[in-house]
Design a protein around this ligand. Structure first.
Ligand code: TYD
Ligand code: MG
Length: 455
């Protein structure tokens, strides 16, 4: 028998090396190399003449017939939308998120509500008793939902062959191991091999498979970035554990757009779909406080209004602190530099804290203007009128840059009763402003916006 051979694999990007290295030359991460045992029995590589009867056959696109594949509805509007209209038969979906964010709850709830579907839920993390306790808190009942606590992939395939489910759930891919790979469960090789086998199962049987995967604090799918390439769809479930709101984002979708997001609220009895995202803001009562402004934001393709809170105070210790929750810290530092250089406000000796209400993470640069306005409002202790909202990206020279989907933002602000909005002059020319009843202020420099807000 051949000697067992080991290689070192980066658990961030999947690059390998015969020796251990401290810094991955491929992705630049430190201390990510882990030893893995690999198979050494030689796989016979077929030569060209060895291919006698290939299983696949090339065809012309004009000869391909499109079977009308009805998507499987998940019985949840938000989930269906993020998937692009439901689950595609035979697809492999990865649902990633930090531990404890609610992945198992979301999937279990979906399974229980898919009443007319036979589902096999494999949990490698919880016993069936624990699953039952959890299911009792959640509304919905599916008489055809089968549960098994199992981690061996070979056993899972036996169960799947017996039950022939319409949907297979693996919670989580990190707990599953296959005999094909010799390394320990959770290692890159195991996860990769298991996912590849599940992909073959999905394609051959036409049964869609949902894999749950943990991601680490940096937001990377723990270990196997490689997983993202294998699967058809990657969904991320994110939110702040301190808050109840969760966002389901699609970051890769072979069967739909990645622009859709789903918003949920974690309640005692499971996750509630948040149909009107602006309620994230509307639930807060902030009248008469400085340091608060409202931004007309867009996440994915959905407009919603969010509250941006800032606190500026004199640095108690030598080095001023800058902290941001729900907003990119580097971008905050950039905006502070713009404020100092272009608008002449000296904040170098101040602590600056920034927070997006509701604990959600916003990637939309159109909230820049609201971020700067909140910071100034707190710094000057001047209240911003509560009937005004803002949309605008701020450039390095203090110019207000155009933002996308301005009409959607305006409609959302108007719908929620705002009387005034500040928008970039650049965008305004492209739309028919007479359709809106609000007072629309167009600005091209941050100073103009500040004059409107604080004069
Ligand atoms: P869970 O789905 O176990 O997270 P993950 O699978 O991503 O690790 O969710 C865990 C949290 O959700 C836990 O702290 C309890 C909470 N929870 C509720 O608030 N309401 C509920 O109805 C359920 C089932 C869980
Ligand atoms: Mg879980």
């Amino acid at each position: 028998m051949a000697k067992a051979k080991s290689i070192y694999v980066c658990n961030n990007c999947g690059a390998d090396s015969p020796k251990w290295i401290g810094k991955c030359p491929s992705c630049g991460e430190w201390n990510t190399y882990q030893e893995e045992i690999i198979r050494t029995d030689v796989v016979k590589r077929p030569t060209v003449s060895g291919f006698h009867a290939p299983k696949s056959k090339p065809v012309l696109l004009s000869d391909v017939e499109l079977a009308e594949e009805p998507r499987i509805s998940t019985a949840g509007g938000e989930f269906d939308r993020v998937l692009g209209g439901g689950i595609v038969p035979g697809s492999l979906i990865l649902l990633g998120g930090e531990p404890g964010i609610g992945k198992s709850t979301l999937v279990l709830q979906t399974v229980l509500r898919m009443k007319d579907r036979k589902v096999l839920y494999v949990s490698g993390e919880e016993s069936v008793q624990q699953l039952k306790l959890r299911a009792e808190r959640i509304t919905g009942e599916n008489q055809q939902a089968w549960f098994v606590s199992e981690t061996s992939l070979e056993e899972i395939f036996v169960h799947a062959a017996n039950i022939k489910p319409d949907l297979l759930i693996i919670d989580s891919i990190q707990t599953v191991s296959t005999e094909v790979a010799e390394s320990s469960p959770g290692s890159v090789t195991q996860v990769k091999e298991s996912a590849a086998a599940l992909l073959r199962y999905a394609k051959e049987s036409g049964t869609p498979v949902i894999l749950i995967g943990h991601i680490n604090k940096e937001g990377v799918l723990a270990g196997p970035k490689v997983l993202e390439h294998i699967v058809d769809t990657v969904l991320l479930f994110e939110g702040d554990q301190q808050y109840m709101y969760r966002i389901l984002r699609s970051i890769k979708n072979r069967f739909g757009s990645t622009a859709e997001i789903g918003i949920y609220e974690m309640l005692q009895d499971g996750l509630r779909e948040v149909v009107n995202p602006s309620e994230l803001l509307l639930s807060q009562n902030h009248t008469g406080l400085s340091g608060i402004s409202i931004a007309a934001a867009i996440e994915g393709i959905r407009p919603f209004l969010i509250e941006v809170q800032a606190l500026v105070s004199t640095a108690a210790y030598g080095t001023p602190q800058r902290s941001a929750t729900g907003f990119d810290l580097r971008r905050l530092n950039m905006l502070l530099a713009v404020l100092e250089k272009r608008a002449g406000f000296k904040l170098a000796q101040k602590d600056v804290f920034l927070n997006i209400a509701g604990g959600i993470k916003v990637n939309d640069t159109a909230i820049d203007l609201a971020v700067l306005s909140s910071i100034l409002s707190s710094s000057l202790d001047l209240i911003i009128d509560k009937d005004i909202c803002l949309a605008g990206e701020v450039g390095l020279s203090g110019e207000i840059r155009a933002v996308n989907r301005i009409e959607q933002r305006l409609f959302e602000a108007q719908k929620l009763g705002f009387n005034r909005i500040i928008i970039p002059k650049m965008t305004a020319s492209s739309i028919d402003l007479s359709r809106f009843k609000m007072e629309i202020h167009q600005v091209s420099k941050v100073e103009e916006a500040f004059k409107l807000l604080f004069a």
